[in-house]
Design a protein around this ligand. Structure first.
Ligand SMILES: Nc1ncnc2c1ncn2[C@@H]1O[C@H](COP(=O)(O)OP(=O)(O)O)[C@@H](O)[C@H]1O
Ligand SMILES: [Mg+2]
Length: 402
């Protein structure tokens, strides 16, 4: 029997449109002989919609008009199954199609990659692809992530973090810490993505301005040493904490006038001619990149090992992309961050590693079902009710109620 796979995409995130592209690539790659694929679009107001119209990217030019023709849905538990239900009943005819066997979230950034939708799937008890709630949340929060990496002995750049409002009470202390690192430094909100709110400061005055900017996006602010000259190298890992493999590497480039890889570089293709991607709306697959870059001896192996260890210590599963920075003078490698739902699901790195996109999607489904099987053997609650013999102490509110 065919498995019903619901692919969730969109979401309230700055990477909403990128997610639409990544999800369409994933839906095309899923083997439609094996799976019934149900697209579930999460609008920016978090309402969910289903319709075959969602399968055509040209329909997204006018989203309100598109949603007007789609069916607003909800996920509910029914007879030990999770079903996609129309919010306004009477609109679906082929009801059997809407049982969800596996959910695949293809949502980047806040509300999708940060544990939010994973928590929703956990509550429903529906198997889902990719990192679980905790790994997704730690992967999204740069502060928690750096602590975990550093404490696990993985190389990270010199850094510190404070709450945004501490700039008012501890400015001298903060500036002293910045001087300890030395300019230039890079300032990042803890939980955004796509370089939003990130900037580089070369002086105290610039630092304060960058910090104030970053504060608009998150309560926690990270300050890091800038690695320069720097090469950005990424590696994807596929699997779970029991068994995982690392892909070939890619080197990514940003426009020469940009000090950091920004949203435009990432999704619209940089100014350099792309070696493997092409420009246009192709998501991460269109970034200016070089797959299998030439690196000094031993560096490719070193980075692949670090990628596997990063994936492991963060408790990841599914397909992730781990981003590295290499100091181009000393060749020292630093782990920058994990992306637990990478743009285009990093399929282009797997294709270059001998794993086709359809095979990658099969693996994601298998990993989701494996995790569910393991979890069903774990103990989460006891079949006793401690409250069955409870009697409220005399004079308490509960006894008065009872
Ligand atoms: N320590 C650093 N030194 C130099 N450049 C950096 C450093 N950290 C980040 N960058 C640049 O900023 C970009 C965005 O930072 P990153 O931490 O990856 O945030 P995001 O989650 O928004 O992708 C990176 O791709 C890189 O180009
Ligand atoms: Mg990044």
């Amino acid at each position: 029997m065919k498995l019903n796979i619901a692919v969730f995409f969109g979401g309230e995130s700055v990477e909403h449109e990128v997610s639409v592209i990544s999800a369409h690539q994933a839906i095309d790659a899923l083997d439609h002989e094996k799976y019934n694929v149900i697209p579930v679009y999460v609008a920016k107001d978090r309402k969910m919609y289903c319709s075959d119209l969602l399968l055509d990217l040209t329909n997204y030019k006018d989203i309100p008009a598109l949603l007007h023709k789609c069916t607003q849905v909800d996920l509910v538990q029914e007879d030990n199954k999770v079903v996609i239900h129309p919010v306004h009943t009477g609109l679906f005819h082929r009801k059997d199609l809407f049982t969800v066997d596996v959910a695949i979230p293809v949502m980047h950034g806040t509300n999708g990659e940060d544990g939010t939708i994973q928590g929703f799937f956990e509550m429903l008890k529906v198997p889902y692809a990719g990192c679980d709630l905790i790994a997704a949340a730690v992967g999204q929060d740069k502060v928690l992530q750096k602590h975990t990496l550093e404490n696990s002995g993985l190389p990270v750049t010199p850094w510190f973090w404070v709450y945004g409002e501490e700039l008012e009470t501890k400015q001298d202390e903060i500036i002293e810490k910045v001087h300890g690192i030395g300019y230039p430094v890079i300032i990042k909100p803890a939980c955004t993505g796509s370089s939003v709110g990130i900037s580089i400061a070369h002086s105290d005055a610039e630092y304060i301005a960058c910090f104030e900017n970053a504060r608009q996006y998150d309560a926690k602010i990270i300050t890091e040493k800038v690695i320069k000259p720097m090469r950005e190298l990424n590696c994807s890992v596929l699997g779970d904490t029991f068994r995982a493999e690392a892909s070939v590497l890619e080197e990514v480039y940003h426009a020469a006038d940009n000090e950091l890889l920004d949203f435009k570089d990432k999704y619209e293709g940089g100014s350099k001619s792309s070696k493997t991607g092409s420009s246009g709306s192709k998501g991460m697959a269109s970034t200016t990149r070089n797959v299998n870059p030439d690196l000094p001896d031993g560096k490719t192996d070193e980075i692949r090992k670090l990628a596997l260890e990063t994936f492991r210590v963060l408790g990841s599963s599914g397909v992730c992309r781990i981003d590295f920075m290499m100091d181009a003078d000393t060749n020292k490698v630093y782990v920058n961050e994990i992306n637990t739902i990478p743009g285009s699901l990093a399929f282009y790195l797997w294709t270059a590693s001998g794993v086709s996109f359809p095979k990658l999607m099969d693996r994601l489904v298998e990993l989701a079902l494996d995790r569910e099987r393991r979890r069903s053997r774990m103990t989460f609650s006891y079949d006793t009710n401690l409250l069955s013999t409870y009697s409220a102490p005399a004079g308490t509110k509960a006894s008065k109620l009872g």
